[in-house]
Design a protein around this ligand. Structure first.
Ligand code: SF4
Length: 362
């Protein structure tokens, strides 16, 4: 007879108490949770792991999130913006290596020059790759008009992490000012969805003041918002930030790592056909972190294609890896021996059936 976790996994629908029970299952039970999530992924999406070549376009940011190493007030880092030639070169490398998609990420910049240039870059990359390279953007909160312009230029996915679905927790990890408003963030996510993007969000796991109830609410937020993709990672302190200044909480990295595996697995079990990222932050804590995330239901990795000389400038958290160049021999950087039964989905965008289903109203 099935007991404990096995009984919950047998259900068709999961309520808040089920999510909490899965989050708090014993160490002995956790492998069952992970296996179940990986089987759900294989059943609904197949066994392909999709690649998004990450281009960290600029570390200039107008915001001041209390956890982030490139926050506006950190004057210890050198600010950079890639040239258009460097962005295009990285995109063409992704195309040549059959990544299928790129993700362009930067701090928040609302200047006309930034917005115009990004629109131009998206059009150019589309033209040079005959529309074969999928383009994901992660450029923060923007106006409806800007989201629309970038969408019309050819970007089709947008990632805006809510970071903490609880408004109270969100406010504890952001400055209390007009620039860091929880409701504005939610509004932006809605606009992104309405514009027609495949819409992604995500949270940090192990934030100060965060409880298991907050994490359960994060899962419920993703479900109720009906995200198409999700990037979740463990919170890792950066010593040049208000939340990382004492560094002491880094003692709990292993716990945050394990909780992140559980969050990935639970989200996969509940949202069966969305894209879930195996984040680089997992690899920071454990060299096999991304492979373990894949074994827990994730299906996307984001190898870094930013020119190496800029990467030290994009330390949003401390110890972020990625100085290793992507090579033609191993474009994902994954140790595929650790994730038998999976294969790289090359040369395809790697879209989710969830998006087609959601937009068709099913
Ligand atoms: S988390 Fe994003 S918006 Fe906040 S400071 Fe960092 S780059 Fe800027």
């Amino acid at each position: 007879m099935a007991t404990g976790l096995a009984l919950i996994l047998d259900k068709k629908d999961y309520d808040r108490s089920d999510i909490l029970a899965m989050l708090q299952c014993s160490e002995e039970e956790a492998p069952l949770l992970y296996r179940c999530a990986a089987a759900v992924r294989d059943r609904y999406l197949g066994n392909s792991i999709f690649l998004r070549g990450l281009i960290e376009y600029s570390n200039i940011c107008g915001k001041n999130c209390l956890y982030c190493g490139i926050r506006r007030s950190n004057d210890k880092i050198e600010r950079y913006t890639l040239t258009n030639e460097e962005v295009i070169e990285a995109a063409l490398t992704a195309h040549r290596l059959k990544f299928g998609s790129i993700a362009i990420q930067a701090g928040e910049n609302w200047s006309n020059a930034f917005i115009d240039n990004m629109e131009e870059l998206i059009r150019t990359i589309n033209k040079l790759t005959n529309g074969q390279l999928g383009i994901t953007l992660s450029l923060g909160e923007q106006s409806r008009e800007t989201y629309q312009r970038w969408f019309d230029a050819g970007a089709h996915r947008y990632l805006l992490r809510i970071e903490a679905a609880s408004e109270a927790l969100y406010r504890r990890v952001h400055p209390e000012d007009q620039m860091h408003r929880y409701h504005r963030r939610i509004e932006c996510l809605r606009i992104i969805q309405e514009t027609g993007y495949q819409t992604g969000s995500g949270v940090m796991i192990g934030l100060p003041f965060q409880t298991m109830n907050h994490l359960a609410d994060d899962i419920i937020f993703m479900r109720d918002f009906d995200v198409d993709m999700c990037g979740m990672g463990p919170f890792i302190e950066h010593s040049d930030t208000p939340l990382g200044a004492n560094g002491a909480a880094n003692l709990f990295l292993k716990e945050r790592f394990n909780l992140t595996l559980r969050m990935i697995a639970i989200l996969r079990i509940i949202m069966k056909d969305i894209n879930i990222v195996a984040s680089t932050a997992m690899q920071t804590i454990d060299p096999s972190g991304r492979e373990k995330a894949i074994s827990s239901g994730a299906n996307v990795v984001m190898p870094n294609l930013t020119p190496a000389k800029y990467r030290p400038g994009y330390q949003i958290y401390q110890g972020k890896p990625g100085y290793r160049e992507v090579t033609a021999e191993n474009i994902s950087g994954l140790n595929l021996d650790l994730i038998p039964g999976t294969t790289l989905g090359l040369g395809v965008w790697g879209d989710t059936p969830h998006y087609s289903r959601r937009t068709a109203g099913n």
